[in-house]
Design a protein around this ligand. Structure first.
Ligand code: NAI
Ligand code: MG
Length: 339
């Protein structure tokens, strides 16, 4: 069986890590049939649109995509193509797992963060209020969470726990200050948690305390369930527990569409130099293999990444190694051959 999927190279280091990932998937014999489409700055250059209609059409048809990071310019007039993609396909759940692959400051980290992907401050109704001759004297940003959306992501998290043998969901909020916006989220999670009593436990933590606990004692966590912005921030912190942004994948799920990616962005500071760590996107591809029901290939990929890092000892610069993206990729493909 072949799986048709959209492939989005993206911006910055995107094409470099996407190229590495496709080569590894080929070597693995992963049965993906790619339709290459552009988005982000690359979309603007190819079709004058950060999210061109042909890219949307391709994903709509295939319901499956692997995407490199997209650059979102800071400033007015640009809506994030990532946020638009999530809205377009109603990708309400963002799954961001981290698991230790190399010895570091922390060992045996194994945490899955579930991020609500369509609400919170990302709906971003933002505006300025002029005062006197200053048109931007006051900046206002409003966020929004719905009870339905909060229950939907909570149910997704608890179902994920049941299916993946996880025992505890920690709901992250700031209900002491953002009483409405994150209070509704906590309330919805508590309600849904009742249906899972005896199978999955739930606790809750205020986001600032959670950020501290993640550094102090990350082993207390099994799964984190977060509102949109807190999930964005804490998933970078999670990446830091396992070696950095080069080690953290993400997957966006809707009712029928799934888009796999890395947690990191386009890394303009190292783009074009061939030194990016492709592991985040490779782990995104691993999640994609699990998603289409190919756990054996997924396990082989995981083991080959582990062996390349720890037996071959080939690592990119972000992991204090000396390998280029290409050298790491070649070593990984060699490892795949010997598994
Ligand atoms: P970033 O994640 O691109 O980079 C942060 C730091 O981590 C940089 O020093 C970078 O060199 C390093 N880094 C990231 N990935 C790496 C990898 N694979 N290997 C080695 N080092 C790596 O975050 P930044 O700089 O804040 O954002 C850059 C652009 O990316 C922005 O336009 C932002 O909007 C966009 N972005 C896109 C995302 C996506 O498409 N999913 C996610 C996050 C940011
Ligand atoms: Mg982020």
């Amino acid at each position: 069986q072949k799986f048709n999927a959209t492939l989005i190279p993206g911006d910055g280091i995107g094409p470099e890590v996407v190229d590495a990932t496709v080569k590894v998937l080929d070597a693995l014999g992963a049965p993906f049939e790619w339709d290459i489409q552009h988005a982000g700055i690359a979309g603007v250059e190819a079709h004058g649109d950060a999210l061109p209609p042909q890219t949307l059409a391709s994903i709509r048809e295939r319901k499956l995509a692997l995407k490199g990071p997209l650059t979102t310019p800071i400033g007015e007039g640009f809506r994030s193509a990532n946020v638009r993609l999530r809205e377009e396909f109603q990708l309400f759940a963002n799954v961001r797992p981290v698991k230790t692959l190399i010895a570091g400051r922390y060992d045996d980290i194994d945490i899955v963060l579930i991020r609500e992907n369509l609400g919170g401050f990302y709906v971003a109704h933002e505006y300025y209020i002029p005062v006197g001759d200053d048109p931007k004297a006051v900046a206002v940003s409003t966020g929004m969470n719905t009870r339905e959306g909060s229950k939907r992501i909570a149910r997704f998290a608890f179902e994920y726990a049941v299916k993946n043998g996880r025992k505890k969901v920690t709901v992250v909020h700031k209900a002491n200050i953002l009483k409405a916006l994150t209070g509704i989220f906590l309330e919805a999670a508590r309600e849904v948690a009742k249906e899972y009593e005896g199978r999955v436990t739930m606790n809750d933590m205020i986001v600032d305390a959670c950020a501290m606990q993640l550094v102090l004692n990350p082993w207390q966590f099994d799964m984190l369930l977060c509102t949109n912005l807190f999930g964005d921030i804490l998933s970078d912190e999670l990446a830091g527990l396992v070696g950095g942004l080069g080690m953290a994948p993400g997957a966006n799920f809707g009712a029928d569409t799934a888009i796999f990616e890395a947690v990191h962005g386009s890394a303009p500071d190292i783009a074009g130099r061939g030194i990016a760590n492709p592991i985040s996107l490779l782990l995104g591809a691993k999640m994609m293999l699990d998603h289409v029901g190919l756990p054996d290939l997924s396990a082989r990929l995981h083991n080959a990444i582990f062996d390349t890092l720890n037996i071959s000892q080939v690592r990119t610069g972000d992991l204090m190694g000396t390998a280029t993206t290409q050298q790491f990729t070649d070593a990984l493909i060699e490892r795949l051959g010997s598994l």
